[in-house]
Design a protein around this ligand. Structure first.
Ligand code: PAF
Length: 282
């Protein structure tokens, strides 16, 4: 695996591959890689001749009171995992390679960025959209891969790619879970032993809500309140628990058929997010 820190060097390699008619799949990450990231790499390998992974902890998607400074850096371990998974190129830029001090442009995908996580993580999705757009312009891949755990992020990126006519296929990979149902996340490493035992309840509430919907319970707001109560009693501080329409992530009602239940809650220090999709018969 090649590791490159400079845009110029990366682009020489990419140009060379493109001249040989090779296709390129790209997996952007912030490092601290777990099995969920490696599933993205595996899916990318199936899709293209060359796989590029970036590790860049993007400062603009963290607000002042968030964990940018303490975000886990496990570079050596990450590099070994990428080599084992036959990644062709790792892009590992410094902050100054990506953002110069005169940066004036920020990308904001309206409306959807203000929902759910966007209500408390002000500016987060603009930070994500901007870095993903920059990375797309740097790497010029044929396809880019995201995990479905960050469901709202995926929706924001799909809209940005559509609206800015970016020529790339956005591919998504299902959530990878621990054996007790907890969705894999870099932030799980912040959980204490005690919190780790409680954490799977987040997924359990999603399953409970899904089961109630499948059993024809049609008061979605009541289902949301019950599950929030359950999580609060278990020790979570619930940010949101919302039964939404897949297409725009607005609150769903009983006539909607394609649903996603989105939740975020803090358990001690870490903030966990998860989701589950449901398609009802028409
Ligand atoms: O999902 C992530 O790890 C990040 O938000 C991403 C897409 C790499 C942008 O920094």
């Amino acid at each position: 695996m090649k590791t490159q820190n400079l845009i110029q060097d990366l682009q020489l390699t990419i140009t060379n591959w493109k001249q040989q008619q090779m296709t390129i799949a790209f997996v952007p990450t912030m490092g601290n890689l777990h099995a969920g990231h490696l599933e993205l790499v595996k899916a990318a390998k199936k899709k293209a001749d060359k796989v590029v992974v970036s590790i860049f902890v993007n400062p603009t998607q963290f607000s002042k009171d968030e964990d940018f400074e303490n975000y886990p850096h496990t570079e050596q371990q990450d590099i070994e995992a990428l080599i084992t998974n036959n990644v062709d190129l790792l892009f590992l830029p410094l902050i100054k390679e990506i953002y110069h001090s005169q940066t004036k442009t920020i990308i904001t995908v309206a409306d959807i960025s203000n929902l759910h996580c966007g209500q408390t993580r002000i500016g987060h999705f603009s930070g994500v959209a901007t870095i993903v757009c920059k990375l797309l312009n740097i790497v010029h891949p044929d396809s880019i891969f995201f995990g479905e755990k960050d469901f709202q992020q995926l929706a924001v990126i799909r809209l940005m790619v559509r609206d800015l006519n970016i020529s790339v296929n956005v591919e998504s990979v299902a959530i990878i879970r621990e054996s007790d149902g907890l969705a894999m996340s870099s932030r799980n490493s912040y959980l204490t032993i005690q919190q780790r035992l409680i954490a799977p309840k987040l997924y359990q509430t999603l399953c409970n809500a899904r089961d109630k919907i499948m059993q024809q319970q049609s008061d979605f707001r009541e289902i949301e309140e019950q599950q929030k109560q359950y999580l609060t009693t278990a020790g979570f501080k619930v940010d949101y628990f919302s039964i939404c329409r897949v297409n725009d992530l607005l609150l769903a009602n009983k006539n909607d058929k394609k649903l996603v239940i989105l939740t975020a809650a803090t358990l001690g220090k870490p903030r966990l997010i998860d989701n589950i999709c449901i398609t009802l018969e028409s």
